[in-house]
Ligand binder design. Structure first.
Ligand code: FMN
Length: 204
């Protein structure tokens, strides 16, 4: 079996924040799971603010990277800081450059909060991925300040356990869902193709 292709997205605009520590751990686990891994660090990618009519944005290197890597990936681990009970603006802007690239893909979601439960931001990210016709894991992880020790995730804690399960599950289910979606898409627009039939005109 081919190594699953996983894209880990760091939704923080702060390059040395707690989201980065979570992303580093997720990457480590994805490698342990045998995945090929790419990372989008939105604090470094310098994506412009998406403008719907500015088609020339599609030629900018960061936009091309985001679209190409999202198309390449089967699985996603999306890590957002919770900002005002929501995902970060940087992560929402990343989503706004994407649509078809996420259809039939599979994601796990992690939120890093300043103490809140994270449900709102986790739900926001999941909704957005589902709106792009992607599938998401039925559970998630919220990481709070007490889960960190000297800037890294506390070993043996609940957070590392849960994040590892999410990453292993993304690596496990993403290829299965992706294969089923591609098979369904080949059926064309007929009802039997389900959600994939809505993307029948974009065979890759
Ligand atoms: C604009 C802003 C809004 C925030 N809103 C929330 C919030 O609604 N709930 C919460 O628990 N923490 C909130 N926080 C705290 C961040 O989630 C927390 O600091 C997190 O660690 C940020 O990720 P980072 O360390 O990678 O930058 C907010 C922080 C900022 C800057």
């Amino acid at each position: 079996m081919q190594a699953p292709r996983v894209l880990v997205v760091s939704g923080s605009a702060r390059p040395d924040g707690q989201v980065v520590a979570v992303v580093e751990y997720a990457v480590e686990v994805a490698h342990r799971a045998g995945a090929q891994v790419r990372v989008h660090d939105l604090s470094r990618l310098r994506l412009p603010l998406m403008e719907q009519d500015a088609v020339e944005q599609g030629q900018l290197p960061p936009v091309r990277t985001v679209r190409a890597d999202a198309a390449w990936a089967e699985g996603f681990v999306l890590v957002t800081p919770e900002y005002h009970g929501n995902m970060s603006g940087a992560l929402k802007n990343w989503f706004d450059f994407l649509y078809l690239e996420l259809a039939g893909k599979f994601a796990g979601v992690v939120a890093v909060t300043g103490g809140g439960g994270g449900d709102m931001s986790l739900t926001a990210v999941r909704n957005c991925f589902n709106w792009c016709h992607g599938f998401t894991l039925p559970y998630q992880a919220a990481v709070r300040p007490g889960d960190f020790e000297e800037g890294r995730l506390r070993p043996g804690g609940v957070a590392v356990d849960r994040i590892a399960r999410i990453v292993f599950d993304v690596c496990r289910y993403a290829p299965v869902v992706g294969t089923a979606f591609e098979q369904a898409r080949r059926l064309g627009p007929e009802l039997a193709s389900g959600v994939a039939g809505l993307h029948h005109d974009d065979p890759t």
